[in-house]
Structures are given as structure tokens and as C-alpha cells.
Design a protein around this ligand. Structure first.
Ligand code: SAH
Ligand code: SF4
Length: 370
């Protein structure tokens, strides 16, 4: 039986996708959306296989120097009880992940750049390396830092870094951040460049469904990832938080379900555009649909971040409202996710770091390793 001659199939037959082609993919609904996601899933199998890799997520601290207009952790939100995990709590979470053969960790936090914070992270990285025999992939998601800091953390054992560009449209970036040097689009782009230069597997991503965001913006986001040769991506729906300035625009937002469906299309279109990268099924997907992360997996994602943060802190790490699983401990998250992933016919890559196949080490560091 021949393939349906649909708009989506016509685009999927092309060797090079233009911005307009991506807009067509992102606009797909119903059967057309299904065709796109099936193609993405097929490309995933061919390029990175059917394994889903776990990255144990440690939400290290909710203390943040920044004031992003969308985020519940912004420093002006006085309703948040601020915390920083104790070293032993971090190391316990690491031991748990190591024993459960997760093989990768993510340390995420509000953005702090004080010397004390920088040195604390370095010390933790060194201890993690010792505990885990330097066998785990370690992703940092600690915001914008100086090139020296990034290098120091890389030397101490971090292998990947996640810094979402949030939106690749500089005008929209200005609308969702305060207009000052601490929230500068160009600096964020420059930091992504430094990550590459300091030999991290470089991760980025955007929020989908922001106020003022258009489908063209989203298509440009995908091209931005390609042009910046990003190795791993985490994209999630924007979810409003009542204690943030962007909340005032809630009436102009597309419905949550729309944002969810568009994120699935973003994941699928990105898998078509960059078949060999790692794509995360973000937790925010599950805030909208209980099976959100599994749906992201079968639309082309291959990474999941089970939460390892002690339960007592989870309710204080609310980037957005309705965050799922805040009353669970690490073991419950693991068992629940495991069941769900097996149910959709995927395997979990236990004991494998699942590095991005797209990543090519910098020549200089490759030489040093020889
Ligand atoms: N402070 C670091 C890491 C923590 S924030 C940083 O900003 O890079 C991690 C991510 O949470 C952000 O990149 C952003 O994309 C996402 N986020 C924040 N507020 C959100 C919201 N209201 N809805 C959805 N995602 C949000
Ligand atoms: Fe801080 Fe990150 Fe939230 Fe911005 S998005 S306020 S940097 S935690």
C-alpha cells in the first residue's frame, strides 16, 4: 500500500527541512501528527535504539540570584522557603542512583555564582567521582557561569551541561526576563559556546506555549539547536505559576493540552531534524498528562530524569505549579517509571551512560586522553 500523500509526508520525504517545513510539521494535528510521531519513533530506533536512559535528578538548591518572569524560584518570590541540600543528602542520592545502575545524574539548582557555591559543587563532583568510581555521566544544570567555572567543574568530573535557551527569539527572551545584564540573551548564547569549548556534551531546550510565542518562533528554536550543534535537548510546556509576573498573561495562553501536543510535535520534529541526539521527556509533560513522559518517549524522546530529591525538599522546588510526584521518594519514582516504560515496549539502559551519539569530543581533550 502506498504512503498517504499528506502535507506531513511530503515534508518528511525531503532531505533538508526549511523553516516553513518545520512549521508544517509543528502544525500537524490528528492523523498528520500521528504520521510525524511515528516517523520520529522509527528514526529514533534506527539512530539511537529503543533504550530509555535514566538520569537521576538532584534538585540541589532553590536559591536563585535571578528573576526570570516565568519561574517560581525567582528571587523576588518570597513565598518560597529556600534550601540547599546537605552534602550527605546529595551523596546518599548518588549512592542510590549508583546502586540502582542509573549510570547518570543531573544536578540542578537555581543560579548562584558565588565562589563558595562554585567550590562546593567542585568538591561534590570530586566526591561523587570517588563514590561511583568515575563511572557515571554527570550533567550540571546550574545556569550561566563563567568559562573558568565551567572548566573547573568539567575538570572535577562533570561531563554534560544543560542550559536551555528558553526561546531563540531575542525579542521574546526580553519579554520573559528582566532587562538587565544578569538576564542577557547574548550571554546565554555565549555560555552555550563555552560549554562546547570546554568539552561538555552540550544540552539546551525551550519552553513551549509561552505568551507571545508563535509557531514560527518554535520552528526557529529547532533550527537554533541544529545551527548550534546541540547534543541533547529538554523541551517542556510552559506552565504558569501564580507568583510570577508572566501569570498576568494567563488569559492569552493556549490551553494546556495544546501546549502538550505542540511539545510532542516539537520532540518529533527535532528527532527528524537531528536523529542522533538525546532528547528528554521532561517532567513538565507529566504535569499536564499522567502519561505525558511515556507519550514523549513514543514521539521520539529517549531520556528520562527520575527524581532523586529527598521528599522534604520537593514541594519547595516548584519551577511551575502542579509539578507531579512531589510527595514521593526516589524508589517510588523508579518503580513507577520502570513499569510505564516497559509497558510502551522500551527497555531501560541500566548501567549504560547513554551518551549523546551526536557528541564529538574536542580534539585537544581527545589528545589528552590518549
Ligand atoms: N537555574 C537553572 C536551572 C533550573 S531552571 C536555569 O535556569 O538554567 C530549569 C528550567 O526550568 C529552565 O531552563 C526553564 O526552561 C524551566 N522552567 C522554569 N519555569 C518554568 C515554567 N513556569 N514552566 C515550565 N518550565 C519552566
Ligand atoms: Fe532561577 Fe533558573 Fe528559575 Fe531563572 S529559571 S529564576 S535562573 S531557577
Amino acid at each position: 500500500m502506498g504512503r498517504l500523500k499528506t502535507m506531513v509526508n511530503t515534508v518528511l520525504d525531503k532531505a533538508i527541512l526549511t523553516k516553513n517545513d518545520l512549521v508544517t510539521l509543528l502544525n500537524a494535528e490528528g492523523t498528520e501528527a500521528l504520521l510525524l510521531r511515528q516517523r520520529a519513533e522509527q528514526l529514533k530506533m534506527q539512530n539511537v535504539g529503543n533504550k530509555v536512559y535514566f538520569r537521576g535528578l538532584i534538585e540541589y538548591s532553590n536559591i536563585c540570584a535571578k528573576n526570570c518572569y516565568y519561574c517560581g524560584l525567582r528571587c523576588a518570590n518570597t513565598a518560597v522557603v529556600r534550601y540547599q541540600m546537605r552534602d550527605e543528602e546529595v551523596l546518599d542520592a548518588v549512592r542510590y542512583a549508583y546502586n540502582e545502575r542509573y549510570a547518570s545524574l543531573v544536578i540542578q539548582s537555581g543560579e548562584i555564582s558565588t565562589p563558595a557555591f562554585v567550590d562546593k559543587i567542585t568538591a561534590l563532583l570530586l566526591q561523587i567521582g570517588e563514590i561511583t568510581n568515575h563511572s557515571m555521566g554527570i550533567t550540571l544544570s546550574l545556569g550561566e557561569q563563567s568559562k573558568e567555572t565551567l572548566q573547573q567543574w568539567r575538570n572535577a568530573g562533570a561531563t554534560r551541561y544543560l542550559l536551555r535557551i528558553e526561546t531563540s527569539n531575542p525579542d521574546l527572551y526580553c519579554k520573559i526576563h528582566p532587562n538587565n545584564a544578569l538576564h542577557d540573551f547574548e550571554n546565554r548564547v555565549k555560555t552555550l559556546q563555552w560549554l562546547r569549548e570546554t568539552d561538555y556534551q552540550t544540552g539546551s531546550g525551550v519552553m513551549v506555549g509561552l505568551p507571545f510565542q508563535t509557531i514560527e518562533d518554535l520552528a526557529n528554536d529547532l533550527l537554533f539547536f541544529k545551527n548550534h550543534d546541540i547534543d541533547m535537548i529538554g523541551m517542556g510546556p510552559y506552565i504558569e505559576h501564580s507568583q510570577t509576573p508572566l501569570y498576568q498573561y494567563r488569559d492569552m495562553l493556549m490551553p494546556l493540552l495544546w501546549r502538550f501536543e505542540k511539545t510532542l510535535n516539537m520532540i518529533a520534529a527535532l528527532r527528524v531534524l537531528m536523529p542522533d541526539i538525546n532528547i528528554a521527556a521532561s517532567t513538565a509533560m507529566q504535569a499536564i498528562d499522567p502519561a505525558g513522559r511515556e507519550k514523549a518517549i513514543i514521539a521520539g524522546a529517549n531520556v528520562i530524569m527520575p527524581n532523586l530529591t529527598p521528599q522534604k525538599y520537593r514541594g519547595e522546588y516548584l519551577l511551575y505549579e502542579n509539578k507531579p510526584c512531589i510527595d514521593e521518594e526516589a524508589d517510588q519514582c523508579k518503580r513507577c517509571l520502570e513499569r510505564r516504560i516497559l509497558m510502551i515496549g522500551h527497555q531501560i539502559g541500566y548501567g549504560e551512560t547513554g551518551d549523546s551519539k551526536h557528541y564529538v569530543p574536542e580534539v585537544s581533550s581527545a589528545l589528552i586522553q590518549v
